[in-house]
Design a protein around this ligand. Sequence first.
Ligand SMILES: Cc1cc2nc3c(=O)[nH]c(=O)nc-3n(C[C@H](O)[C@H](O)[C@H](O)COP(=O)(O)OP(=O)(O)OC[C@H]3O[C@@H](n4cnc5c(N)ncnc54)[C@H](O)[C@@H]3O)c2cc1C
Length: 1002
Amino acid sequence: MAATTEERIQAIARAILGAAREDKPSRLSREHIQGEMMEWAMADGRLKVEMLRFVDVFPALHSRSEMSRHLREYFAHQGVAAPRMLRWGISLTGGRSPVAPLAGSVIRRQLRGFAQRFIVGRDARDAIPALKALRDAGTGFTLDVLGEATVSEAEAHAYQTTYLGLLDGLAAAAAGWPHNAVVDEAAWGPLPRVNLSLKITSLYSQIDPVDFEGSVTAVKDRLRPIFRKGIETGAALTLDLEQFRYRDLTLAVFTSLLDEDEFRSYDLAGIVLQAYLRDADKDLDGLLAWARDRRRVFSLRLVKGAYWDYETVIAAQEGWPVPVFTHKPDTDAMYEKLTRVMLLSADVVRPAFASHNVRSLAVAIETARELGLADDAYEIQMLHGMGDPIKTAVRGMGLRLREYAPVGELIPGMAYLVRRLLENTANDSFLRQTFVEGAAADELVLPPRTSADFGAEPQRLPGVRAADPDDPGAFVNQPHADFARRECREAYLAALDAVRSRGSRHYPLRIGGRDVETARSLESVDPASPGDVLGSVAYGGRAEAEAAVAAARAALPGWRDTPAKERAAVLFRAAELMRGEGRELAALETLEAGKTRREANADVDEAIDFLEYYGREMLRLGKPRRMGSVPGEHNVYFYQPRGVALVIVPWNFPLAILTGMTSAALVAGCPVIVKPAGPTPLIAVQMVRLLEAAGAPAGTVNFLPSPGGEVGDFLVRHPGVDLIAFTGSMDVGLSIISHAVQHPAADGVKKVIAEMGGKNAIIVDADADLDVAVAETIVSAFHYSGQKCSAASRVIVLEAAHDDFVRRLVEATRSLRIGPPADPGTRVGPVITAEAKARIEGFIEQGKREATLAAALEPPEGGWPGGGYYVAPHVFVDVKPGAVIAREEIFGPVVAVLKATDLDEALTIANGVKYALTGGLISRSPATIDRVRREFRVGNLYINRGITGALVERQAFGGFKMSGVGSKAGGPDYLLQFLEPRVITENTMRRGFAPPEELLAD
Ligand SMILES: Cc1cc2nc3c(=O)[nH]c(=O)nc-3n(C[C@H](O)[C@H](O)[C@H](O)COP(=O)(O)OP(=O)(O)OC[C@H]3O[C@@H](n4cnc5c(N)ncnc54)[C@H](O)[C@@H]3O)c2cc1C
């Protein structure tokens, strides 16, 4: 009986496997020793983490002592079972032994050797002998350029130059190479000898799916010369696929570039498809439809995907649906499904199957045969340095094989190496199972057993349900909009149109649940275009302030006695309403507060988080607690609201902070008088409306816009106010505290919660990953023009990293786009008002007198667009710790870089200011991280990430020293500030009889 397709697939897979398993490296070969390193990593999860981290930091260790220190920190501590050879190395490199330098250099050589296993050379010239050797052995290549993350346009330009140089250099060398039919000819004709793979993220530093069109345009501008060179030299060019967030961008770049006249007949262009993506089949359908419509051919490389860990971690952190399969056989099954479709599409596709998995390869080989395609109608591709025995077996079958061959320096190559290490040592890896676990051939060749996920329609957006006050479930952060998804981009644009089309409206005050008009009104303008009046609100004076206090006091008894669950229910309903209107609220923030779309959306999400979090917190705190357990006595500990709360909010998180402070007071049972910030009253109007719609009774939320200090002062001193919650500058905060002491409430001492300023620093260690340090400094210092109390305004860099860091930071700063926040390409929008602009500019002038200006963007010719309040980001270097710009809060896009000789000095500088709000450390030394955790005394310390963007609960936010008096917003102690604890003790014994404990009610 003839064998079935499945039997033939398994037979092919077995044949490849059999041949490959005979070809094991000898015990003494370099491959064997490096293979042993991987075996250690595979044997022990903890050791694997440390090895990955050590490989990552290794290129940044410039001296023997640094290497020795890091080796010890990574491997010589409890919990890591370092292999004997490694322990030997550690003990020697650290000691005074004469062989110490030798041991250091052995480890260095080993790691370099390890890297060289995956990298063919430093550059084109260096790689040529290895590439020629590959061809001589019957293997083609596609070159990949390793590099640092592109953080500036100078770096993007350098990549472009490298790609162009490689094409020229390789074309010249390749012309002299002898013809090799296996790699130079395909079923459709001759093949190019030079084949280059490109990453679009290397070519544009500001690439971001939030600016989809702008990113496509910018990448294409950089790609055009490369594609022209490809045509001129007859080279093949393939666009790699990277993280999911760039998937749609890459596809759009590919198809739209090739639609341009000059590239219409270039048929050596290719793209990658990642089978681990749940909707990879739709990508393939789209590409095929495009090619057929254009009557053109293109190369398609099918891979499984190299960012599996990254994608799953990011999705979990963001609360997004995971874009990749999570059951390995589903990925394999998708690979097999796409393989067939690709081979059935030979009219438009030149297929390449990139895998080291013999089952996956066998499916391609057998399907091609079954469809009557010649063996050279497709090719097999593998990574340089991986699965060599499988390569030999595939070549032995006369099939065309191409290696993906990275070129580059060791340092920039580390991200690539870490990915390869992860891949090689993952439990699910085919190579691991084949060559390390020694899985039986019968198992390895079986068809993938898919889960229910396979074939199910992938979820595109997170699903969030309204909380039920009876059973709200655990708190989770509202997922941010994922702008890699078209629907999120479109929803925001539609919201922006909707808000704009509403035109300018006027809103009254709300006092005691009623509209109150006044003679005066306050206009709200767009800081990017101050001539545009967005709307206006009535402006309250003393009389209205008095009325607001009276309304709040009248509401107090009823609201105080409303069960906590009902108060929490108001917050949960408001959260649901806010979710429904979220995009429009974000669009309004863009216009009124000058927030870019990502920042504006994040602010709305945080407001929702506060509602959800404080609602749950009040349910927790609202349950009276029994204290003690002696018979005859009943003790209950419970809380009552402090009374009427005055909430004074800033404009920089116009919905989040406003909603956080208001809802905390409200849910605690305190009626509120909301005094919104002068520049952002329209957003405040929306919050008040939503709280009322959610069921906040009349008088519990009173809305009293009143710019300037007069009404604020009056309310702060008012005896009818019991508590003041304030977020803003240190000067105003201190003045409120002092007035509150001097003017107590009618019922006692006024409580003040004051969140004040910061002068936040990031310490950049000598061994820091500068890709991270630069990118995160840019975000922390310049996004929202530095107008966050958490923003970075100082960077303290250890000497060894200083010059490289500054060079890259300066270029990254110069690459930022300044403009209207509604424009998706804008990274830095305007500052909030003319006064803020003048104040920041005063600090810039001060900076010029006391330090060196290293970067500042000039306004475009004709000035900033729309007459907006723009201030270009400024970087000052050579700043002394005592300088004004190193001590005072600027609240603008100005960053001071200070040099420190060692960690002691860095910590002294970092702690040497009056504030203690946020701080950051970029370091790869466990000991440094440990010490900075203890000694950098700030409210929120962030390690190896930016220092802004705190999330409710996960990064409960707030500082001490002059940064504030009060507990962390979005944290478990916050609501307590709005509550007074009481204890009631009852003697339950009467006439010698005490009822049993369990019969007593709580
Ligand atoms: C020539 C070439 C070019 C490449 N270009 C790219 C590229 O542009 N972009 C890119 O992303 N990758 C690229 N890769 C890398 C490629 O994606 C990985 O090498 C490949 O995923 C390893 O798969 P495998 O079939 O060899 O091994 P296997 O061991 O069969 O598969 C491992 C893969 O399965 C997937 N996986 C692992 N665990 C799970 C799980 N729990 N659930 C679901 N899936 C899981 C992951 O994709 C993982 O890499 C390229 C590889 C080659 C050979």
